[in-house]
Design a protein around this ligand. Sequence first.
Ligand code: G3P
Length: 225
Amino acid sequence: MEYYVDTAEIDKIKKIINWLPLDGVTMNPSLVAKSNRKVFETLSELLALTKGAVHVQVMGQDRDNIIKEADKLSSLNKDRIYVKIPVSKEGLAAIKDIDTDKVNVTATAVFTVSQAITASKAGAKYVAPYFSRVNKIEQSGLILIKDIQFSLNNYNYDTKVLAASVKNAYDVKELYKLGVDAITVPPEIYEQAHQHSLTAQAIEIFNEDWLRVFEDLNIDSDFQV
Ligand code: G3P
Protein backbone atom coordinates (compact mmCIF):
# COMPACT_ATOMS: atom_id res chain seq x y z
CA MET A 1 0.00 0.00 0.00
CA GLU A 2 1.36 3.38 -1.02
CA TYR A 3 0.32 6.57 0.77
CA TYR A 4 0.09 9.88 -1.04
CA VAL A 5 -1.05 13.16 0.41
CA ASP A 6 -3.37 15.12 -1.86
CA THR A 7 -2.37 18.76 -1.44
CA ALA A 8 -0.08 21.41 -2.90
CA GLU A 9 0.33 23.18 0.45
CA ILE A 10 3.90 22.77 1.65
CA ASP A 11 3.11 23.58 5.31
CA LYS A 12 0.61 20.74 5.47
CA ILE A 13 3.07 18.35 3.80
CA LYS A 14 5.81 19.33 6.27
CA LYS A 15 3.51 18.46 9.18
CA ILE A 16 2.37 15.12 7.83
CA ILE A 17 5.82 13.78 6.86
CA ASN A 18 6.73 14.01 10.54
CA TRP A 19 4.52 11.06 11.42
CA LEU A 20 3.12 9.36 8.31
CA PRO A 21 5.24 6.92 6.23
CA LEU A 22 4.41 8.83 3.09
CA ASP A 23 5.31 7.60 -0.41
CA GLY A 24 4.65 10.88 -2.13
CA VAL A 25 2.46 13.83 -2.94
CA THR A 26 -0.31 14.33 -5.49
CA MET A 27 -1.90 17.55 -6.59
CA ASN A 28 -4.43 18.66 -9.15
CA PRO A 29 -5.06 22.10 -10.71
CA SER A 30 -7.70 22.98 -8.09
CA LEU A 31 -5.27 22.16 -5.28
CA VAL A 32 -2.46 24.14 -6.93
CA ALA A 33 -4.81 27.13 -7.33
CA LYS A 34 -5.84 26.78 -3.67
CA SER A 35 -2.17 26.97 -2.61
CA ASN A 36 -1.93 30.25 -4.56
CA ARG A 37 1.63 29.46 -5.61
CA LYS A 38 3.30 28.81 -8.94
CA VAL A 39 3.53 25.09 -9.56
CA PHE A 40 7.24 25.00 -10.52
CA GLU A 41 8.15 26.81 -7.28
CA THR A 42 6.15 24.30 -5.26
CA LEU A 43 7.69 21.37 -7.14
CA SER A 44 11.31 22.41 -6.55
CA GLU A 45 10.61 22.88 -2.86
CA LEU A 46 8.77 19.57 -2.63
CA LEU A 47 11.47 17.60 -4.43
CA ALA A 48 14.01 18.93 -1.94
CA LEU A 49 11.79 18.44 1.11
CA THR A 50 10.51 14.90 0.42
CA LYS A 51 12.03 11.72 -0.99
CA GLY A 52 9.05 10.19 -2.77
CA ALA A 53 7.08 10.63 -5.96
CA VAL A 54 5.29 13.83 -6.92
CA HIS A 55 2.23 13.50 -9.15
CA VAL A 56 1.45 16.79 -10.86
CA GLN A 57 -1.11 17.58 -13.54
CA VAL A 58 -0.63 19.16 -16.97
CA MET A 59 -2.82 22.11 -17.98
CA GLY A 60 -2.44 21.68 -21.76
CA GLN A 61 -5.77 20.88 -23.37
CA ASP A 62 -4.63 19.20 -26.58
CA ARG A 63 -2.26 16.34 -27.34
CA ASP A 64 0.71 18.48 -28.40
CA ASN A 65 0.57 20.85 -25.45
CA ILE A 66 0.03 17.98 -23.03
CA ILE A 67 3.15 16.25 -24.38
CA LYS A 68 5.16 19.49 -24.21
CA GLU A 69 4.15 20.11 -20.59
CA ALA A 70 4.73 16.47 -19.66
CA ASP A 71 8.33 16.71 -20.93
CA LYS A 72 8.87 19.96 -19.07
CA LEU A 73 7.52 18.62 -15.78
CA SER A 74 9.38 15.33 -16.08
CA SER A 75 12.66 17.14 -16.76
CA LEU A 76 12.60 18.36 -13.13
CA ASN A 77 13.17 14.79 -11.96
CA LYS A 78 12.67 11.94 -14.39
CA ASP A 79 12.29 9.29 -11.66
CA ARG A 80 10.20 11.13 -9.10
CA ILE A 81 7.82 13.21 -11.20
CA TYR A 82 4.65 11.50 -12.36
CA VAL A 83 2.76 13.56 -14.90
CA LYS A 84 -0.99 13.44 -14.34
CA ILE A 85 -2.97 13.47 -17.56
CA PRO A 86 -6.79 13.44 -17.56
CA VAL A 87 -8.16 10.64 -19.75
CA SER A 88 -9.98 12.76 -22.33
CA LYS A 89 -9.44 11.81 -25.98
CA GLU A 90 -6.61 14.35 -26.18
CA GLY A 91 -5.19 13.02 -22.93
CA LEU A 92 -5.27 9.42 -24.14
CA ALA A 93 -3.69 10.52 -27.44
CA ALA A 94 -0.88 12.15 -25.47
CA ILE A 95 -0.34 9.12 -23.21
CA LYS A 96 -0.18 6.89 -26.30
CA ASP A 97 2.51 9.07 -27.89
CA ILE A 98 4.60 9.93 -24.85
CA ASP A 99 7.64 7.72 -24.37
CA THR A 100 6.39 6.26 -21.09
CA ASP A 101 9.72 4.53 -20.50
CA LYS A 102 11.17 8.01 -20.05
CA VAL A 103 8.22 10.01 -18.69
CA ASN A 104 6.14 8.58 -15.83
CA VAL A 105 2.43 9.02 -16.49
CA THR A 106 -0.50 8.86 -14.09
CA ALA A 107 -3.82 8.74 -15.92
CA THR A 108 -6.27 10.79 -13.90
CA ALA A 109 -9.97 11.68 -13.69
CA VAL A 110 -10.76 8.03 -14.37
CA PHE A 111 -14.45 7.12 -14.08
CA THR A 112 -14.71 3.89 -16.09
CA VAL A 113 -12.95 0.56 -16.40
CA SER A 114 -12.48 1.20 -20.14
CA GLN A 115 -10.61 4.45 -19.48
CA ALA A 116 -8.35 2.66 -17.01
CA ILE A 117 -7.58 -0.24 -19.35
CA THR A 118 -6.87 2.03 -22.33
CA ALA A 119 -4.62 4.34 -20.29
CA SER A 120 -2.78 1.32 -19.00
CA LYS A 121 -2.36 -0.17 -22.47
CA ALA A 122 -1.02 3.23 -23.62
CA GLY A 123 1.67 3.10 -20.92
CA ALA A 124 0.33 4.82 -17.77
CA LYS A 125 2.11 3.68 -14.61
CA TYR A 126 -0.84 4.63 -12.38
CA VAL A 127 -4.54 5.11 -13.03
CA ALA A 128 -6.43 7.35 -10.61
CA PRO A 129 -10.16 6.63 -10.26
CA TYR A 130 -12.15 9.29 -8.38
CA PHE A 131 -13.69 7.24 -5.59
CA SER A 132 -16.17 9.62 -3.95
CA ARG A 133 -17.12 11.49 -7.12
CA VAL A 134 -18.42 8.12 -8.37
CA ASN A 135 -20.37 7.66 -5.11
CA LYS A 136 -21.91 11.11 -5.68
CA ILE A 137 -23.61 9.88 -8.86
CA GLU A 138 -25.24 6.90 -7.13
CA GLN A 139 -22.61 4.45 -8.31
CA SER A 140 -20.09 2.66 -6.12
CA GLY A 141 -16.54 4.01 -6.17
CA LEU A 142 -15.49 0.81 -4.43
CA ILE A 143 -16.96 -1.43 -7.12
CA LEU A 144 -15.36 0.70 -9.84
CA ILE A 145 -11.94 0.31 -8.21
CA LYS A 146 -12.46 -3.42 -7.67
CA ASP A 147 -13.45 -3.83 -11.34
CA ILE A 148 -10.43 -1.83 -12.50
CA GLN A 149 -8.08 -3.96 -10.38
CA PHE A 150 -9.67 -7.16 -11.65
CA SER A 151 -9.49 -6.05 -15.29
CA LEU A 152 -5.88 -4.89 -15.05
CA ASN A 153 -4.97 -8.28 -13.59
CA ASN A 154 -6.76 -10.04 -16.45
CA TYR A 155 -4.31 -8.47 -18.86
CA ASN A 156 -1.29 -8.69 -16.58
CA TYR A 157 -0.78 -4.94 -16.84
CA ASP A 158 1.52 -3.70 -14.12
CA THR A 159 -0.22 -0.32 -13.88
CA LYS A 160 -1.05 0.53 -10.26
CA VAL A 161 -4.40 1.79 -9.05
CA LEU A 162 -4.21 5.07 -7.12
CA ALA A 163 -7.56 5.72 -5.45
CA ALA A 164 -8.23 9.47 -5.41
CA SER A 165 -11.05 11.68 -4.14
CA VAL A 166 -11.13 9.98 -0.73
CA LYS A 167 -13.31 11.88 1.71
CA ASN A 168 -13.27 10.19 5.12
CA ALA A 169 -11.74 7.53 7.37
CA TYR A 170 -14.44 5.01 6.39
CA ASP A 171 -13.42 5.33 2.72
CA VAL A 172 -9.79 4.74 3.71
CA LYS A 173 -10.72 1.56 5.60
CA GLU A 174 -12.80 0.23 2.70
CA LEU A 175 -9.89 0.85 0.30
CA TYR A 176 -7.49 -1.03 2.61
CA LYS A 177 -9.89 -3.97 2.68
CA LEU A 178 -9.97 -3.96 -1.09
CA GLY A 179 -6.17 -4.10 -1.22
CA VAL A 180 -5.85 -1.11 -3.53
CA ASP A 181 -2.24 -0.36 -4.59
CA ALA A 182 -2.22 3.28 -3.50
CA ILE A 183 -4.42 5.97 -2.01
CA THR A 184 -4.18 9.72 -2.12
CA VAL A 185 -5.87 11.45 0.76
CA PRO A 186 -6.10 15.05 2.04
CA PRO A 187 -3.93 15.60 5.16
CA GLU A 188 -6.91 16.11 7.48
CA ILE A 189 -8.42 12.75 6.47
CA TYR A 190 -5.14 10.97 7.31
CA GLU A 191 -5.46 12.58 10.77
CA GLN A 192 -9.06 11.39 11.10
CA ALA A 193 -8.15 7.85 10.06
CA HIS A 194 -5.22 7.52 12.45
CA GLN A 195 -6.30 9.35 15.59
CA HIS A 196 -8.55 7.80 18.21
CA SER A 197 -9.64 9.21 21.55
CA LEU A 198 -9.24 5.75 23.14
CA THR A 199 -5.56 5.72 22.13
CA ALA A 200 -5.08 9.09 23.85
CA GLN A 201 -6.99 7.82 26.89
CA ALA A 202 -4.86 4.64 27.08
CA ILE A 203 -1.66 6.71 27.04
CA GLU A 204 -3.04 8.98 29.79
CA ILE A 205 -3.80 5.99 32.02
CA PHE A 206 -0.32 4.46 31.41
CA ASN A 207 1.24 7.78 32.39
CA GLU A 208 -0.83 8.18 35.55
CA ASP A 209 -0.05 4.61 36.67
CA TRP A 210 3.66 5.14 36.00
CA LEU A 211 3.83 8.44 37.88
CA ARG A 212 2.27 6.87 40.95
CA VAL A 213 5.50 4.87 41.33
CA PHE A 214 8.25 6.68 39.41
CA GLU A 215 9.38 10.29 39.30
CA ASP A 216 9.12 11.15 35.64
CA LEU A 217 7.99 9.86 32.27
CA ASN A 218 11.28 8.19 31.28
CA ILE A 219 11.74 4.44 30.94
CA ASP A 220 14.61 4.42 33.43
CA SER A 221 16.62 7.55 34.20
CA ASP A 222 19.35 5.54 36.05
CA PHE A 223 19.92 3.09 33.19
CA GLN A 224 23.31 3.62 31.44
CA VAL A 225 24.00 2.25 27.95
O1 G3P B 1 -6.36 14.62 -6.83
C1 G3P B 1 -7.55 14.33 -7.46
C2 G3P B 1 -8.70 13.94 -6.59
O2 G3P B 1 -8.25 13.67 -5.30
C3 G3P B 1 -9.86 14.86 -6.61
O3 G3P B 1 -10.49 14.83 -5.42
O4 G3P B 1 -11.81 15.76 -3.64
O5 G3P B 1 -11.66 17.02 -5.78
O6 G3P B 1 -12.98 14.91 -5.65
P1 G3P B 1 -11.81 15.68 -5.11
